[in-house]
Design a protein around this ligand. Structure first.
Ligand SMILES: Nc1ncnc2c1ncn2[C@@H]1O[C@H](COP(=O)(O)OP(=O)(O)O)[C@@H](O)[C@H]1O
Ligand SMILES: [Mg+2]
Length: 269
């Protein structure tokens, strides 16, 4: 889940996509790779720390709504500001991912921090990703930032699964009509043409998308029919696209097994 910009709904989309995939019977992990503002635990109402396995090094993810979750926020607390320097981010992320006992998974959803910085690069270099989902909103600034995200994937020859337009129109609860909130709607469609990447879905701006409300569990329990429908369609499109990309990679002999690249040095303990 990537985008150049914060606050566009990456974590919201990641959490709801992961829980929706688990609902459909898949074995799903959710890795919160935002070391600066890890808010996935809060979104899922997780306030306990992950246990260690017997070897005292391996972390056991915490299961919520069928999803195995691991976040830096579960280790340091979400409100404690931690200042990570670039090389640290690299090490910590790789180590966190590698030291977690994910078990057998069909999908691992990774929630990225905003930007095109260290976390993103570490991930693209060391964790074998099937592809990235770029989240944007109809605002021009968000579209510009999403373009940077798309270029980053391109420069690393990483597959972009597609785009999600979040806060795409506001469904007025009174009149049921959809209104464009931002001046320049349709920016994601421009990107979709410019980069030749599919649109995976569009999620309306809706107050019932309240992943920051720990009372609402699972996160979409009280969401409107429009929101649930939109996430359902997004999940279908994403699963289809992941399947297609994996089949293509297997056909090319690239496989999709989580193999670590040879040039990726394991972090020193
Ligand atoms: N479709 C939506 N409708 C209404 N609020 C939303 C929607 N998507 C996200 N939000 C809210 O916007 C805020 C930022 O979302 P978040 O997922 O944390 O963004 P990011 O991870 O990109 O920084 C959160 O308070 C979230 O509840
Ligand atoms: Mg986030």
């Amino acid at each position: 889940m990537a985008s150049g910009k914060g606050g566009v709904g990456k974590s919201t989309i990641a959490v709801n996509l992961a829980t929706a995939m688990a609902d459909r019977g898949a074995r799903v992990g959710l890795f919160d790779a935002d070391l600066y503002g890890p808010n996935v635990p809060q979104m899922l109402g997780i306030d306990d720390k992950p246990a260690h396995a017997k070897d005292e090094q391996t972390l056991l993810p915490i299961k919520r709504h069928g999803v195995k979750v691991l976040s830096m926020g579960m280790l340091v607390g979400e409100d404690e500001p931690v200042v990570w320097r670039g090389p640290m981010v690299d090490k910590v992320l790789t180590q966190l991912w590698r030291d977690t006992a994910w078990g057998e998974l069909d999908y691992l959803v990774v929630d990225l921090p905003p930007g095109t910085g260290d976390a993103q690069l570490t991930l693209l270099q060391k964790i074998p990703v099937t592809g990235g989902v770029v989240v944007t909103t109809p605002q021009d600034v968000a579209v510009d930032d999403a373009r940077k995200g798309l270029r980053m994937f391109e420069e690393h020859d990483s597959t972009v699964l597609g785009l999600v337009e979040n806060m795409s129109g506001f469904v007025c609860p009174e009149c049921d009509a959809s209104h464009d909130v931002f001046a320049h709607a349709g920016g994601s469609h421009d990107l979709n043409r410019e980069f030749d990447v599919p649109m995976l879905g569009a999620i309306p701006m809706d107050p019932s998308v309240r992943t920051d409300d720990p009372e609402q569990n699972p996160p979409l329990a009280d969401a409107s029919a429009e929101v649930r429908e939109a996430f359902g369609a997004l999940t279908d499109a994403t699963l289809d696209r992941v399947g297609a990309v994996r089949r293509r990679k297997v056909a090319r002999g690239e496989g999709h097994e989580p193999t670590i690249r040879e040039d990726a040095e394991p972090p020193s303990p």
